[in-house]
Write a protein that binds this ligand. Structure first.
Ligand code: IMP
Length: 174
């Protein structure tokens, strides 16, 4: 496994992202307003747990489950909801947290679905971005790292269900 982003590099970036997002949220919503962090399962669970602890705002956490890949390493373009939110987000300030934006199909599907539920605001954050592979326009509002066209695992990201527990992000070697 080749290390692309070390645990230390990720931790430093997550702290910066947390501070930025908290500052933007306070400016948008006001000092004491709650933020609802929506973690997209499964890939974002590690990132969301760290990001939540870097967000110094009144925070609620919700989960959405999506599946788009099956066992393949290329997007099927077919996004399936496997778990829905436990509470309404109508009138709430929402932060959608994704592991990686690749083709952009998952993000665009989720944005459409969540916007229709009437949040007060909807902001997106992805740890990783692969801009060269985009098939639909747009990306996340906040991005941890832009990377090239490589398949990465670790820190929540998997290949066929494995490697999510690696503390760093690595590139699978053949
Ligand atoms: P998209 O719909 O093509 O943008 O892909 C979104 C989902 O595909 C992400 O949330 C990931 O779960 C998965 N994915 C995309 N690229 C990678 C990768 O390099 N490693 C692991 N999972 C990936």
């Amino acid at each position: 496994m080749k290390v692309l982003l070390s645990a230390d590099a990720i931790a430093a970036r997550v702290r910066t992202l947390g501070a930025q997002i908290a500052r933007d949220h306070r400016a948008r919503a006001g000092e004491d307003e709650e933020l609802v962090l929506v973690c997209v399962l499964k890939g974002a669970f590690v990132f969301a747990a760290d990001l939540a602890r870097a967000l110094d705002v009144p925070l609620r956490v919700e989960f959405l489950g999506v599946q788009s890949y099956g066992e393949a390493t290329a997007s099927s373009g077919d996004v399936r909801l496997t778990l829905d939110l436990g509470h309404s987000i109508a009138g709430k300030h929402v932060l959608l947290v994704e592991d990686i934006v690749d083709t952009g199909l998952t993000l665009s599907y989720l944005l459409g679905m969540l916007r229709a539920r009437g949040p007060a605001s909807l902001t997106t954050c992805a740890l990783l971005d692969k801009p060269s592979r985009r098939r639909v326009e747009g990306g996340a509002d906040h991005v941890g790292f832009a990377i090239g066209d490589v398949f990465v695992v670790g820190y929540g990201l998997d290949h066929a269900g494995l490697y999510r527990n690696l503390p760093y992000i690595g590139v699978l070697e053949a």
